[in-house]
Ligand binder design. Structure first.
Ligand code: FES
Length: 334
């Protein structure tokens, strides 16, 4: 039976989640999609330790109340009131310091005429904390770092990337060629502030062009395994139908996540007569769906022109500036 629900604030990350008085704080945090490090889940390893700053909690090992100022294990504590906890191991969105790691290349397959799906395994995966929507750098010898969105969610064991490459796209093709022969590569990660560190409190609008879909896949996979209660609308724009390289997957999400998930495929090529989807430009199509722009969060991934066109249009419709997230704002500021 569900108990009373309390709000728990994690400092210094500033993340909040709701905890039913009948469940442990670790489970409640993870249901909210917040990555709290944990191992034993039995109050022994102390990996999930936090300091109780204010509020009342119950230690479920000793059945004693926890006093403000004391250390509590999130896996063995329940909320008896709203709580403030200090836990430095939990990072706010985009605040994790990037670091270098070695990864094994465990998969490389063509999934369209020019998109490759890459799978990477990290020997010390549990040491890596990232948030859904972040990106990484592949550092090949004698090359500039090559940046790619992480397409897998933070709770998946392997990392997945979607790399668009063709012989006339030299830098990306060089990466794919290297991944064919190297068994181990150097990564630097995670990067990017356009990400989710907890389930959204508002409806989420995801707008991707081309391989910007990879970032959205990370977010959707993350939300599939957290207790997301907010509607999610994914717009995916491509130039031609053949470029919609994981269309079947997006259709599966429609089935699995209905009615909370809406998918709008968009294609720019009016001559593609096989296609029954929208023919509008991405930004116009997003605008025309009449979301309550004062009450949504938007994550956009695509070219700077697309992203800034969309952002300007949505801000003019009343979207708060801090509700628009895109890596473009960082790497191509205007
Ligand atoms: S996970 Fe080990 S003490 Fe909480």
């Amino acid at each position: 039976m569900a108990g009373r629900v309390f709000e728990v604030t994690l400092q210094p990350a500033g993340l909040t989640f709701l905890a039913d008085g009948q469940q442990d704080l670790l489970t409640a945090a993870r249901d909210a999609g917040i990555a709290v490090p944990a191992a034993c889940r039995n109050g022994v390893c102390e990996i999930c330790a936090a300091r109780l700053v204010s509020g009342q909690a119950l230690n479920t090992r000793t059945h004693q109340p926890c006093m403000p100022g004391s250390e509590i294990m999130l896996c063995r504590a329940r909320a008896c009131s709203d709580l403030k906890l200090e836990i430095t191991a939990v990072m706010a969105a985009g605040q994790t310091i990037p670091r270098k790691m070695q990864a094994r290349v465990t998969g490389l397959e063509a999934i369209s005429h020019d998109i490759y799906r890459v799978r990477l395994s990290l020997p010390r995966r549990r040491e890596l904390v990232f948030h859904a929507g972040q990106y990484l750098a592949i550092q090949l010898p004698d090359s500039e770092p090559a940046y790619f969105s992480i397409a897998s969610s933070p709770d998946q064991a392997e990392l997945e990337l979607h790399i668009q490459a063709s012989p006339d796209w030299v830098s990306a093709q060089r990466v794919v060629d290297a991944l064919r022969t190297l068994t181990e590569i150097t990564l630097e990660l995670p990067f990017g502030k356009a990400c989710l560190a907890a389930v959204p409190r508002q409806p989420l609008v995801l707008v991707a062009a081309g391989t910007g879909f990879a970032q959205m896949k990370s977010v959707i996979d993350y939300l599939r395994h957290a207790n997301n209660a907010q509607p999610v609308h994914l717009y995916w724009g491509v130039r031609r139908l053949a470029d919609m390289y994981l269309l079947d997957l997006a259709r599966e999400w429609e089935q699995e996540l209905a009615p909370l998930f809406t998918f709008s495929p968009l294609i720019g090529d009016n001559e593609d007569n096989d296609w029954a989807g929208h023919h509008d430009q991405l930004a116009r199509a997003v605008l025309s769906d009449g979301h309550d722009w004062a009450n949504v969060q938007v994550l956009a991934s695509g070219s700077p022109v697309m992203v800034y066109t969309l952002m300007d249009a949505l801000l003019a419709q009343g979207l708060p500036e801090n509700a628009f997230l895109s890596d473009v704002l960082e790497y191509a500021p205007r």
